[in-house]
Write a protein that binds this ligand. Structure first.
Ligand code: G6P
Length: 613
């Protein structure tokens, strides 16, 4: 996946493009490029410098000729073709008068490319994208306008795309289109803008619009015209944005991850806001599913990727325990290929902070095709997943820029617990008193997270003591198991150290063979009915020489006696405890990554929003 930015009608278009790319770097950053339009031709610079690509591009753009009022920028996360200057976007046609930036994958690029080469076109990159430039060139060669040429080109491609195209023949025009990957349009009095995501445009305008699938936009200074790929005129819906630019910037912290970890109490509190009716009963007001709909549900299928999958695993415990409905959890990329059994009494829940993960989007489409009702749990209002779902339950974590999820994950867990409680309420499996008690406990979580954050120095000391370790096993039982998975994921994403998460009871069936002196075992040992069994699991690794770190509740003497290091946390109710227990593991992974001198916001090979299968 990649980041796209574009503008027409601005006197400082280069600044907008570079600033926009800096805000889109979380989408990928292995190369970057920009193109400016002039009636005489296009001016392009590209850089392929790993995490430095956008800053290298800024330096190169300093020598841009003056007078350009339109241009496109792109930051790339390679799918087809190595990260290199040749493969960096914008990509040109044979004449060098058409330039294309693209996010997504053109699945039939090989067959289109072969036909184009036979017709005399010469590719200069190994990307799937370049065929678009040559297809557009072919149509323009027959006298069609840029917009009509883009439309015609897109009719023959398969796959996913957000694209933006410029041509020296119409230097004030940007043409954009999308299918399955995001694109936002913006307007000011004299300019028109486009970007893959809202923060890239927020500094310039709040008049934003969503481009929907299979729509094409023509942007001219001060105006936007949207049509379907079939050519019908469309009025694009305005996007309501309640963030400001400051919320999308670092706010004085060293990096976005520190900022976002510290925003977690707020994210959880905001996600819990306004969820109770005056009579105390729960309501998910953005979820357009009636109580009657929810009563009829016989099974819940939850699909997600990455950290969102861990939130989904936790939701299973809550939904089954409180609402007594069977819940299945699937990795989204596996779900639609396993021939799942669904019917109208099934509720499919897609959990995705970005609302754009293609695997989750496609899994939900499959669930709907098989008759299920679809609910999106996402942080981005009007995201693709939210728009396609029957109903959306929004987390209210604000923009998350660091590639590794933190505050969005905690907000997801809380939102899914609200969903579980709502199901329990409408199905009558828990009394109003019980639900009220759990809601009160949920409201105490922000304070507990704050408490854990205030102990950051103690976590840092543990990380410093273990800075030389190379292998980490995270163990948990019950809801501690998804917490272990998340702790291991955070560590491997941020510090590139070997880390695995396991259900502690499974240890003896294989992983224990890997435990030796020097291995670090991180156990989620907060109080729960399985504590004693868990203690035996920890004793097994300790006797094989592992260094043991336990996340334990304040005052737990057994944990203190068993562990080499303890990450203390306040005690929350069992099913809610993950919201607190994950926090020291985030701080631990953060500190270890920093001790290893790594860029926590932009880990290698990863991207925040994954819009490829
Ligand atoms: C990427 C991100 C993760 C995220 C996952 C799922 O891998 O790096 O932080 O958990 O995508 O993303 P989603 O937007 O669907 O929650």
């Amino acid at each position: 996946m990649c980041g796209i930015i574009g503008a027409t009608g601005l006197d400082d278009v280069v600044d907008l493009l570079v600033e926009g790319l800096e805000r889109l770097e979380y989408r990928g950053y292995d190369s970057a490029g920009l193109v400016l339009t002039f009636p005489s031709g296009l001016w392009r610079v590209r850089a392929a410098d790993g995490t430095r690509s956008v800053s290298a591009l800024r330096e190169l753009a300093a020598s841009a000729p003056g007078g350009a009022r339109a241009g496109l920028g792109h930051t790339r996360w390679a799918t087809h073709g190595h990260p290199s200057i040749e493969n960096a976007h914008p990509l040109f046609d044979c004449t060098g008068r058409v330039a294309v930036v693209h996010n997504g994958i053109i699945e039939n690029h090989a067959e289109i490319g072969a036909r184009l080469q036979a017709a005399g076109h010469t590719p200069t990159s190994a990307t799937d994208t370049e065929v678009l430039a040559h297809l557009i060139e072919e149509h323009m060669g027959t006298g069609q306008s840029l917009a009509e040429s883009v439309r015609a080109a897109l009719l023959v491609v398969r796959g996913s795309f957000s694209i933006a195209v410029v041509s020296a023949d119409e230097p004030e025009l940007l043409v954009a289109a999308r299918r399955n990957t995001p694109l936002v349009l913006g307007l000011t009095d004299g300019a028109a803008l486009l970007a893959s995501d809202i923060p890239a445009l927020l500094g310039r305008t709040k008049r934003l619009f969503v481009l929907a699938d299979d729509q094409l936009a023509e942007l001219r200074p001060g105006s936007v015209r949207v049509t379907t790929l079939a050519g019908e005129e469309v009025d694009p819906p305005a996007l309501s944005v309640d963030w400001d630019l400051a919320a999308a910037q670092k706010g004085g912290y060293e990096d976005f991850m520190s900022k976002e970890i510290r925003e977690q109490p707020r994210a959880v509190a905001d996600t819990l806001l306004d969820r109770r009716r005056p009579d105390g009963s729960l309501t998910l007001d953005e979820a357009r599913l009636s109580d009657d709909d929810l009563q009829k549900i016989t099974k819940v299928y939850i699909v997600a990727c990455g950290s969102s999958y861990h939130a989904a695993l936790l939701a299973k415990y809550a939904i089954e325990h409180w609402a007594r409905v069977a819940a299945e959890v699937d990795i989204a990329s596996e779900f639609r290929y396993r021939d799942p059994v669904l019917d109208p009494a099934a509720l499919a829940v897609g959990v995705s902070q970005s609302g754009e993960s293609l695997d989750t989007l496609l899994a939900l489409r499959e669930a709907r095709r098989r008759g299920a009702r679809v609910l999106a749990v996402t942080n981005v209002v009007d995201s693709s997943i939210a728009r396609e779902a029957d109903a959306a339950l929004y987390t209210r974590a604000g923009p998350e820029i660091c590639v590794a999820a933190t505050k969005t994950l905690l907000a997801q867990i809380v939102a899914l617990e609200l969903l579980a409680l709502t199901l329990a309420q409408v199905r009558g499996t828990r009394s109003a008193e019980e639900i009220g008690h759990i809601i009160d406990s949920l409201h105490r979580l922000p304070e507990m997270i704050e408490d854990v954050l205030s102990r950051e120095k103690e976590v840092d000391q543990v990380a410093e003591a273990l800075a030389g370790a190379r292998d980490f096993f995270y163990l948990g039982r019950n809801v501690g198991y998804p917490v272990a998975l998340e702790g291991a994921l955070k560590l491997k994403e941020l510090s590139y150290l070997h880390a695995e998460g396991y259900p502690a009871g499974e240890l003896k069936h294989g992983p224990i063979a890997l435990i030796e002196p020097g291995t670090v075992v991180v156990g989620i040992a907060t109080r729960n009915p399985l504590w004693e069994k868990f203690q035996s699991n920890i004793a097994e690794v300790k006797s094989r020489g592992a260094t043991v770190v336990l996340v334990a509740n304040d005052g737990d003497e057994r944990a203190e006696a068993l562990a080499d290091h303890v990450l203390w946390v306040p005690e929350a109710e069992q099913l809610l405890a993950p919201v607190v227990d994950i926090v020291p593991l985030q701080l631990f992974a953060y500190r270890l990554a920093r001790l290893h001198g790594l860029d926590v916001d932009r880990p290698r090979n990863l991207a925040k929003t994954v819009t490829v299968e």
